[in-house]
Structures are given as structure tokens and as C-alpha cells.
Design a protein around this ligand. Structure first.
Ligand code: ADP
Ligand code: MG
Length: 732
């Protein structure tokens, strides 16, 4: 679309931005710490407001995972209500994560009629602990028929209650699980909590074998999620039906300048963007999300936000809040936040780096190698268990991150490939080799880095370099699962990861318990652990790959090693209902067979719906925008030829160009019709439908896009009906 005067004015107004729209005022100088968690019903608030005994019992539930005593609920609810109302709240809601992948809320006011024409504010223990939203309109994948609409939400008291502020509207949000009335999980929270219990139980057996379980009540998985996102100008956003409907561009010719110059990454942050980021951080800090890092990402218009890690389920709840707040704050700055994995073709996409580790509730990180790692058998056993898990269930891990949107990113030579392998780094790889072939005698040290200028400090050097091309990398004291998509809920991949590793820890504990018998000597423990490590390394080392994950050579090598390469969702999603996946998830009581199969169906249905919506948006844009624009351009060309010929001037070349252009317009019309025909197909079976989409709809979409992008480069700028990549990526 041509940037006409009024449009240019709007953009100029938006980009010479001066912080005037902000809602959450910057804190007074020096109040950074006070503002953090100001809207959380935190341990500190509970200690101050709850009777001592009630506080102690509730903390027992929160910290040791003990079952909640329902008699307490009334007392807690009353204190919560008073606190919320003092802070401006009028309503409360159970806040849950249905299988839409978004969060859901249904607000109720605190008011209760008092019988004399007035009201009193009330909030009972019952209303705190249980809700009953109509479940019929949430995806259930056949777990529940529409006529069995009852669903329950149940308070997860281990995740903090918080206030959601939007302008003057303040709502008390209570994190909950969401289940059907027969008790099946209809959400992402329930299985995550179950998977955390499963991994805790198995890990404790191993700590017991090593005698390191003293004082440890539970094992916690820890998660820190780096979130990538794009920002585009909101005026331009509204001129793109594809962005409005699909969160990504379905058309767009490559601009002459993309990310070639690598000048955006870690570059200085534009004022408007920085103002936006600061407000996002203020909002998140108030609700207790410890966001810490902000920077420009690789692509123009792309940014990242990252928190300090937390216990997995809290980190995943907070991750949902991060996405919500990013979306919510952007319009105040004339921006639109795109969380899609690939908003722009030919430009880097967005992921979510899921940093994951295991720690005891006493604060020991089990994936911390410490300095003499070759003597740290407990660490090595935990690492080997993760290696075994990724080798045995790499296909399931791949399926956990499969979506129509992530298909555009994985393996696109900018994001990790769809082959699940582990980057172990030099130090660990060396150690594992030593262990496989004999005894581990040394740990490679990083040493120090002399920068050659005496005024610069000597830097301690890590024992290995980083590797951005691996989907699953050991990064010093945690694993970083990088293939997760930017728009997806992190609860699901973490659920799968926890369960896979629980199964491996179970195996390791069984093997060691069998080999060691009762009261083994320390020497026997050492030697049996070594025997088991050797066996695990031999059997599963094929999953280790430290080289360039983008290279073709790796794809060939991975195939030789027999590692699964599930290229897209249609390949990957069926794994969710494979016998091995159903066995694994049900064995550890994370998801029953019914619950797990339903998730496979929901994911496939979502794939079909997402791609179909995109395809329909494309045909509508072609008919309503591109065909008229191209026709008009054709008319202008034809009129120029006609008038030139009438003036008796030779214009054979222009005639030729016109003929070529008419050819393109015909191709545009044919490609549109072709996609419309492909879309006519329907299938009751979501798998069969997904296959049709892959085989017929997606290629037709690619054809239509290619001719439209060709036309974009030749049709007059004045006639082109939508903002281009140049406008979207570079107006900041
Ligand atoms: P990068 O990977 O970009 O170098 P960092 O090293 O700062 O970034 O870490 C990225 C994320 O990993 C942060 O959210 C951080 O809190 C998280 N993280 C660090 N240690 C752990 C851990 N033990 N468990 C889970 N996440 C962790
Ligand atoms: Mg990282």
C-alpha cells in the first residue's frame, strides 16, 4: 500500500513516541524492590494476614506438596478477599489453561445481596477451592461429549494468587487446574503437576542410593523460558488481514535489506520499544514474574524477554502471563506484538528457549557438574538419564512441540532441526568418552582468557563453546530445549520432558538397586555406578551431536544413526497416540490413555483448523485485494500502450511487457481457484484431513504466495494494497 500523506502522518506520530500512553507509572526512584510482587498474595502477605496455625498448615501444602485441608479454605478466602478489595479488586476468577493453549477466566463479583437492598462482599472457601465453568466449549478431543458439559476448576495453592490490573479494573486471579466431571484433565496444568510428582519420586530413589537425600522432601524441576517476539507498528498491522487473522504474513516479497547486515541483534533498543519493554516489566514485576533480561534479537523488529528461573509449574504459569502482558501492553505504544513462530518468510522466526533442570527442595541443582566432575557420579547419572530419555523418546519430545506454526521454523536453517539430539559440549563429551572406554580420570578445565590488554580483566573461560544449532543443549548447569515454539504453552513440553526423564530415572534406580543389594560399601556403589554409566553411554550416545545441526551432513548422519526425523506436524503428531507414548504417560500416571489420545486429536484438529484459516485468508486477500490491484495495474499499462500506439509511436517492448503481465494475472487467478478447490475437501478423521492439507492445500498456498510476491515487485507502489515487509520490519 502506498504510504500516502495521512498514513505517513500516523506513522510519524506513532514513532516519535514520548511515553505518553503508559498505564503503569514508573516506580519512584529506588522502589524497584518494593514494587516487585506488590500484586501477589505472597508468602509475606499471608504471614501478615493469616492466623499463625492456618499459615503454617498452608505453607506445609505449598512447600511439601501435602494435601490441602479444606477447613482452612474459608479463613484463607476471607483474608484473600480483604487483601484484594483493599487493592481495588471488585471481582475474582479462577484462572486456568484449557487445551486451547491460552488462559481462560470467568469473572465473578465479590458482592452478595444482604437481603435489605444492599450488598456485602463475600468470598467463601468453596468459591476459592472449586469452580464449575461450563466445559462444553473447550477442546476435549472426545474425552467429554457436549452434553456432559460439567467441568471443574480446582485451586492450585502452590502457584501464587495475583491481581490482574487493566486500567481501573482489578481482578483477583486464582491459578487452578481444570478437569472434566469424570476427573480427566482438560488442561495443561494438571499433567504438569502430575509429571513433577513422577520425576520427584524417581529422583528421590537415586538420591537415596547416593545417600544425598538427607533433609530432602521433594525434587523440583526448574524452568526459565526465554521468549522471542516481534513488534510491528499497529497502524500497519491493521492494514494486513493476514496479520489480523493469522498473526503472520501470508504474502510479502523479500525486502532488499533483511537481516544480512546483522545489525539488529543486541543493537541499541529504539525508544518506543524500550518504553514498551519497561512497561511490560513493571506489569510483570507487580504480579511477581521475575523478568530480568531484554534485548534485540536477530531479525529486524524481533526482541527477547527472559525471567529468572523458577519451579516448573510457577515458571509455566508466569510464562503465560509474559505472553499475555506482551500482547496487552503493545497497543498502548502503537505497536502490535506477534508471538507467531514465523511471522515473516525469509527472516528468522521466534522460539522459546526452555531452560530446564532438576533441583532438590533444599536448593541443590542436580545438573551442576561442580569442578571435579569426573568424581561427581551422581551428576553423571542424572545427565546419563536425560541422555537415555531423549534417545528413547526423542520422537515424543518432537511431537510435544509440533504445531502448524512451528513447522515454518524448525529446520529452517535458523532454528534447531526437527531431529532431536543433544549437545553435550567438550567437557561432558570428553568425560563420557573416558567413562565408556575406561575410567574417568580428569575433567577438562576452561582455564583463563588473556585479552592482551593489561587494563582488561583476565576472564575465566568456560570449558566448552556454545552451540546455537542444537535443539537440546547442555548449557553448563541445565539443559536448554530450544525447539519450543514462541506461541506455545511451555507446560506441555515440560510435562513430556519430566515424564520421559522420570522413566529413565526409574530404570536407573531399578538397575542400581538390583546390582547393589542391601547396604553396599561405598566402593561397590562407585563400581556399580561406573558399570551402569558405561552401559548407558554405549546404548544411547548416538543421540549426542556437538556439530552443526543446520548442515546437510548431519541429516545424513542422523539417518545413519537411526534418529527419527519428523519433519512436520503431520509426521510428528501421530506419535502422541503411539503405544509407546500412551504406555509411558499412563505408567507414571501423568495422562491416562484416554487423556493422551484426546490430546493427539486436539493437536491434529488444531493443525487442520489453523492451516485452513490461513488458506481461506489467502484466497480472500487474493480476490479482494490482489486481483483488483493487479487488474488496475494491467489497465494502466494497457492504456499507456494504446495511447502510445494511437500517437503512432513504436512500443513493441511495452506491448511485450503487457503480455507478460497479463500472463501473471492469469496465473494469480488460476492459483486462487486452485487453492479454493483444495480447500473444498473435508474429512471426519483429523489425521486424514491433516494429510490432505499437507499434500494439497500447503503446496497450493505456496503457489499462490509465489505469484503474489512476484506481482508485488512489479505492480505500482501506489496500487499495492497492503504494507510491505520493508514497512513492517523497519518502521520502529
Ligand atoms: P542464555 O542461554 O541466553 O545465555 P542465561 O544463561 O542467562 O541465558 O539463562 C537463560 C535462562 O536459563 C534464564 O531464564 C535463567 O534463569 C535460566 N536458568 C539458569 N539456571 C537454571 C536452572 N538451574 N534451571 C532452569 N533454568 C535455569
Ligand atoms: Mg539461551
Amino acid at each position: 500500500m502506498s504510504l500516502n500523506a495521512s498514513r505517513l502522518e500516523a506513522i510519524a506520530a506513532a514513532t516519535t513516541f514520548s511515553d505518553r500512553n503508559r498505564q503503569v507509572q514508573p516506580s519512584e526512584p529506588g522502589s524497584l524492590e518494593r514494587a516487585f510482587g506488590a500484586d501477589v498474595f505472597s508468602e509475606r502477605v499471608m504471614r501478615a494476614r493469616l492466623p499463625k496455625e492456618v499459615f503454617k498448615t498452608l505453607m506445609g501444602t505449598i512447600k511439601q506438596g501435602k494435601r490441602l485441608n479444606h477447613e482452612l479454605a474459608d479463613v484463607v478466602a476471607a483474608a484473600m478477599k480483604d487483601w484484594a478489595i483493599e487493592n481495588g479488586a471488585t471481582h475474582y476468577t479462577h484462572w486456568f489453561q484449557p487445551l486451547t493453549g491460552l488462559t481462560a477466566e470467568k469473572h465473578d463479583s465479590f458482592i452478595t445481596p444482604d437481603g435489605t437492598g444492599g450488598v456485602i462482599a463475600q468470598f467463601s472457601g468453596g468459591a476459592l477451592t472449586q469452580g464449575e465453568p461450563d466445559a462444553s466449549s473447550f477442546p476435549s478431543g472426545g474425552v467429554r461429549s457436549t452434553f456432559e458439559a460439567r467441568g471443574y476448576t480446582a485451586w492450585d495453592c502452590t502457584s501464587p494468587v495475583f491481581l490482574n490490573r487493566q486500567g481501573e479494573n482489578v481482578t483477583l486471579c486464582i491459578p487452578t487446574a481444570f478437569v472434566s466431571w469424570t476427573g480427566e484433565a482438560l488442561d495443561y496444568k494438571t499433567p504438569l503437576l502430575r509429571s513433577m510428582e513422577a520425576i520427584s519420586k524417581q529422583a528421590l530413589r537415586i538420591l537415596k542410593i547416593f545417600g544425598t537425600d538427607k533433609g530432602v522432601g521433594r525434587l523440583l524441576t526448574t524452568v526459565g523460558v526465554e521468549q522471542e517476539y516481534f513488534l510491528v507498528d499497529r497502524t500497519l498491522y491493521f492494514a494486513r488481514p493476514d496479520l489480523i487473522t493469522c498473526d503472520r504474513t501470508l504474502f510479502g516479497a523479500r525486502p532488499p535489506k533483511g537481516q544480512q547486515l546483522e545489525d539488529h541483534y543486541f543493537g541499541s533498543i529504539p525508544h518506543r520499544v524500550l518504553s514498551f519493554m519497561a512497561e511490560v516489566e513493571r506489569e510483570l514485576h507487580r504480579v511477581g514474574v521475575p523478568v530480568k533480561t531484554r534485548h534485540n534479537e536477530v531479525a529486524p523488529g524481533q526482541y527477547e524477554i527472559a525471567p529468572v528461573f523458577e519451579t516448573a509449574h510457577i515458571a509455566c504459569d508466569h510464562q503465560m502471563l509474559v505472553m499475555e502482558v506482551l500482547k496487552r501492553v503493545a497497543p498502548r505504544y502503537g505497536l502490535q506484538c506477534l508471538l507467531h513462530e514465523k511471522p515473516f518468510a525469509g527472516v528468522n522466526g521466534s522460539g522459546k528457549h526452555n531452560n530446564w533442570s532438576m533441583a532438590t527442595d533444599t536448593g541443590v541443582n542436580l545438573l551442576d557438574p561442580q569442578s571435579e566432575t569426573h568424581t561427581n557420579m551422581e551428576f553423571l547419572i542424572f545427565v546419563a538419564a536425560v541422555m537415555r530419555a531423549v534417545d528413547l523418546h526423542g520422537d515424543l519430545l518432537r511431537a510435544a512441540i509440533a504445531s502448524a506454526s512451528n513447522d515454518h521454523r524448525l529446520g529452517a536453517n535458523e532454528a534447531p532441526p526437527a531431529i532431536m539430539s543433544i549437545f553435550m559440549g567438550d567437557m561432558l563429551t570428553d568425560l563420557l568418552t573416558q567413562l565408556e572406554t575406561g575410567d574417568a580420570k580428569r575433567t577438562i578445565k576452561g582455564g583463563r582468557l588473556d585479552l592482551g590488554a593489561s587494563t582488561l580483566p583476565m576472564l575465566p573461560r568456560d570449558s566448552g563453546d556454545r552451540n546455537r544449532t542444537s535443539p537440546f543443549a547442555f548449557t553448563g548447569n541445565k539443559f536448554e530445549f530450544r525447539a519450543v515454539g514462541s506461541s506455545q504453552t511451555s507446560a506441555w513440553p515440560n510435562t513430556i520432558l519430566n515424564t520421559m526423564v522420570a522413566e529413565s530415572l526409574d530404570y536407573v534406580a531399578n538397575e542400581l538397586e538390583k546390582a547393589l543389594g542391601k547396604n553396599p560399601s561405598p566402593a561397590k556403589l562407585q563400581s556399580e555406578v561406573r558399570v551402569l554409566l558405561k552401559k548407558l553411554i554405549k546404548q544411547h550416545k548416538r543421540v549426542i551431536f556437538n556439530g552443526d545441526g543446520y548442515s546437510k551432513a548431519w541429516h545424513e548422519e542422523a539417518a545413519k544413526r537411526g534418529l527419527p526425523h519428523l519433519r512436520d506436524s503431520v509426521d510428528a503428531l501421530p506419535v502422541l497416540k503411539s503405544k509407546r507414548a500412551l504406555d509411558l504417560m499412563s505408567k507414571y500416571s501423568v495422562l491416562s490413555r484416554v487423556e493422551m489420545s484426546s490430546r493427539a486429536i486436539i493437536a491434529l484438529e488444531k493443525y487442520v483448523k489453523q492451516v485452513s484459516i490461513e488458506a481461506e485468508t489467502m484466497t480472500a486477500m487474493a480476490r479482494q485485494l490482489f486481483i483488483p490491484a493487479a487488474t488496475q495495474h494491467q489497465t494502466q499499462m494497457a492504456e499507456a500502450v494504446a495511447s502510445t500506439m494511437a500517437a503512432d509511436v513504436d512500443c513493441e517492448e511495452q506491448r511485450q511487457e503487457l503480455t507478460e503481465f497479463v500472463g501473471k494475472v492469469s496465473r494469480l487467478k488460476a492459483a486462487t481457484r486452485n487453492l479454493e478447490t483444495a480447500l473444498e475437501h473435508h474429512d471426519e478423521d483429523p489425521m486424514a484431513h491433516a494429510q490432505h492439507i499437507k499434500k494439497h492445500v500447503k503446496p497450493a498456498m505456496a503457489d499462490l504466495r509465489s505469484i503474489v510476491d512476484e506481482l508485488e515487485n512489479v505492480v505500482s507502489d501506489e496500487l499495492w494494497p497492503i504494507p510491505t515487509y520493508r514497512d513492517l520490519l523497519f518502521i520502529k
